[in-house]
Design a protein around this ligand. Structure first.
Ligand code: BGC
Length: 748
């Protein structure tokens, strides 16, 4: 079929415009730069881990002085192994800022950065929210924004004004141990929710005690390592890089993110930290990003030690800084500082590059109000630990939990039910919270305090001890948790068996796995439970979809909890006992087989099976549960899908509407996705692409009409040369399984 191609510069005009504006330097920055020595400038670009200043877990003033006064460092990150109290943070920040502003030669305050990934990880008593993978199941940008805003307030109350969040990698490799930090497999969903997180962090203005500088990360292509192992190579063609992985960063830039963290990995054989293509051409020229670019952990030296594109550590520094890095998260020694000072003096790194980098760092320090008051702000502290934060965390957990199976409407259970509760995640905080939960790995059960509870606690609160049978311990791998003897002994006393299965907590590389299948002992426990003849409900507490196809059929019900965090156990019981109707929907395709991972936005040829020539669809997209799937205790029915026109011209909007009715007996929320299909295109089109989503609450019998407006850019795609284009032709809109076609034309 012959197609006329019309290239239009759609999205990038906006960014080019942004890039052209405001190129003048803040006079305060310009003035300061003029007074600074090479050492002071390079120091600003140096970020050191707090642990470097510790001796026997205590702050060592001489070590701190060496960093701040002798090495002129401009930034510190992290807590020391565990979360601190607000008082401990206040004390630390006071000491650090006193030293920087009174003892160092440049007298510039320190920019302190922290990982507050799903709530304020490193402050005791903070509120932790579901990880992004659960937030994406809520399909609720407002909850994402509220959670980010609360996090901003609790981080700022801790005296810190820079948060290394949000993660914007699109989660299309479920083996990857950081899958739970992603918003799932879809680019648009990630863009909307990631953009909401940035707005939550920054929209009040960086001077405000309710805001922090956000950090879009990890730019880019980190989330799809080919091997599935953390920090291993990705291979991403330009079309996909720009179609799938770039848009969330565009959205974050549009919403005003102040900083970016670079992907530790290599993409197509090029480490991103060494690439002026990524750091300049795409990040600066194409996205128009003007903020500060920080490396990830040790990633400059690793250009030498791991990636082997630099033959010496010094060459690694030269490559990274010349490619466009502004600040090095060194972070465990001063090698970067010494090498960069030498490189500048030798003329190997131009002063203009240093001034550009330091200018961005100083600008952020001014924007954050650090020069006026670098200490913990009293007003900010008042915002810590408010009761209503827990309500938002509860709402987020409730809206995220996803009902995947409910045979004969076994759920909700009556409160009279006698339950046998078993499984490794039944009495384990870490499994509910995942990574970055008071410790980096989230595994320290003692770190959780009393602001949260395990599933066993929550079930026991609900049912009372008499109706709950459980020997679950808080050691994930404890044999008792999967003991078939215990199961067989106690099943006869119970009406229903609830198995809490899934994963322990992990973060980054320690969470790497070799196999997506759920471990054999948990599968065996489920099979033994089925053999008792009692109905079995599976609760999945997991950061990535572990394959459970062997045990799906035997289950009476399955609920995916993801990593629901602080209020997750309470939310689970509220759903299990029917106080709240579940409304979460999957933000990824839940694989049925470990070797068959196909995202929903597959291509036509993903469906090809050539047993007989030209046959399609034999198990090509055959997940256990598809993207967007999630059940309710009520039922919803849809009327006709209506488009306002069957033919639109390029530049014209398309209005889409569809009525939805709650036809069941309970109130409920429903998430509705809208997909666009481009029938024919010069780059093979995805069969479906998510372009809008919404969520509504309906009472029994209530109907509402959902309205969506699509723009021409929603019909665009990245061509083989890497440009965003639209092509006239025929398209379809799909909502709730209903489909309508239309034509896109060029105005005569
Ligand atoms: C992670 C980053 C994190 C940084 C600082 C790295 O290992 O990849 O996401 O922000 O550590 O803790």
């Amino acid at each position: 079929m012959k197609i006329t191609i019309l290239k239009i510069a759609l999205l990038f005009q906006v960014f080019l415009l942004q890039a052209q504006q405001g190129t003048e330097q803040d006079p305060r920055v310009a003035a300061l730069l003029k007074t600074m020595s090479v050492e002071e400038k390079v120091g600003q670009m140096t970020q050191i881990n707090l642990g470097v200043f510790m001796t026997n877990d205590q702050l060592d003033i001489e070590k701190l002085r060496n960093g701040i006064v002798n090495k002129n460092i401009g930034s510190i990150l992290n807590a020391n192994k565990h979360a601190f109290t607000i008082e401990q943070w206040t004390q630390l920040i006071t000491t650090v800022q006193d030293m920087a502003t009174k003892e160092s030669s440049a007298k510039i305050p320190i920019l302190y950065g922290i990982d507050a990934i799903h709530g304020t990880t490193y402050t005791q008593g903070s509120t932790l929210f579901p990880h992004n993978i659960g937030m994406a199941a809520t399909r609720n940008p407002s909850l994402v924004k509220q959670a980010a805003k609360i996090t901003a307030m609790e981080v700022r109350a801790s005296g810190i004004r820079w948060n290394f969040d949000p993660t914007l990698g699109v989660g299309r490799q479920p083996l990857w141990s950081r899958f739970e930090e992603t918003f799932g497999e879809d680019s648009y969903l990630t863009s909307v929710l990631g953009g909401s997180a940035v707005a939550g962090y920054e929209e009040d203005g960086l001077q405000s005690t309710t805001a922090v500088a956000s950090c879009m990360k990890h730019f880019m292509g980190y989330s799809v390592p080919l091997s599935g192992k953390d920090r291993t190579p990705s291979y991403i063609p330009t079309t996909q890089l720009k179609e799938i992985f770039l848009p969330p960063f565009e959205a974050a830039v549009k919403n005003g993110t102040s900083t970016v963290m670079i992907n530790s990995g290599e993409v197509n054989g090029v480490p991103v930290h060494a690439s002026s293509y990524y750091l300049q051409d795409i990040l600066r020229d194409e996205l128009g990003f003007k903020g500060l670019a920080v490396t990830d952990w040790e990633d400059i030296i690793r250009l030498h030690t791991r990636h082997r594109v630099a033959s010496t550590p010094k060459e690694a520094v030269k490559i990274a800084i010349n490619a466009g890095i502004d600040m090095s998260m060194v972070p465990v020694d001063y090698s970067f500082y010494d090498l960069l000072v030498a490189l500048v003096k030798e003329g190997e790194v131009p002063m203009t590059r240093i001034d550009e980098a330091v200018g961005r760092i100083l600008q952020l320090k001014f924007d954050l109000g650090l020069f006026e008051n670098p200490y913990t702000e009293k007003e900010a502290v008042k915002n810590f630990g408010k009761k209503e934060y827990k309500e938002v965390a509860l709402e987020a957990a409730l809206e995220s939990i996803t009902l995947l199976k409910n045979e004969n409407n076994i759920l909700p259970l009556s409160k009279k039910t006698k339950i046998l509760l078993m499984g490794p995640t039944a009495n384990n905080y870490g499994s509910l919270h995942g990574a970055w939960s008071y410790t980096w790995q989230g595994k320290d059960e003692k770190a959780y305090g009393d602001s949260t509870e395990t599933l066993r606690d929550a079930f026991s609160d609900y049912l009372g001890k008499r109706k709950l049978i459980s020997n679950a311990t808080n050691v994930f791998d404890d044999k008792e948790n999967t003991s078939i003897d215990y199961l067989n002994e106690n099943a006869p006393k119970a009406d229903v068996i609830v198995l809490a299965i899934g994963e322990s907590a992990y973060a980054e590389s320690p969470g790497s796995i070799h196999d997506l299948n759920l471990p054999a002992n948990q599968i065996a426990l489920a099979k033994a439970a089925y053999a008792t003849g009692k109905p079995v409900i599976l609760l999945l507490a997991e950061g990535r979809p572990r394959v459970i196809s062997e045990i799906v059929e035997g289950a009476a019900a399955v609920l995916n909890l993801y990593r629901p965090a602080s209020q997750g156990a309470l939310a689970t019981t509220q759903i299990v006992f029917g106080e709240v109707n579940p409304s979460g929907v999957l933000p990824f395709s839940y694989p049925k087989h470990a070797g068959d991972v196909v995202p929903y936005d597959r291509k036509g040829t993903d469906e090809v099976t050539e047993l007989i020539p030209d046959t399609y669809g034999l198990g090509a997209y055959d997940p256990q549960w598809g993207f967007g799937f999630g059940m309710s205790y009520t039922s919803f029915e849809y009327g006709d899908l209506t488009l306002n026109k069957t033919k639109i011209n390029i530049g014209e909007d398309l209005h889409v509407s569809i009525p939805v009715t709650n036809t069941g007996k309970r109130s409920g929320k429903v998430s509705v996705d809208l997909y666009v299909s481009d029938h024919y295109a010069s780059v093979t089109p995805s069969l479906l692409k998510l372009k809008r989503f919404t969520k509504v609450a309906l009472k029994p019998g209530e109907t509402t009409t959902l309205e969506f407006v699509l723009k021409t850019e929603d019909l665009s795609f990245i061509d083989a040369q890497g440009n965003r284009i639209v092509e006239p032709g025929t398209f379809s809109i799909t909502v709730a399984g209903k489909r309508q076609g239309f034509t896109l034309a060029i105005k005569e």
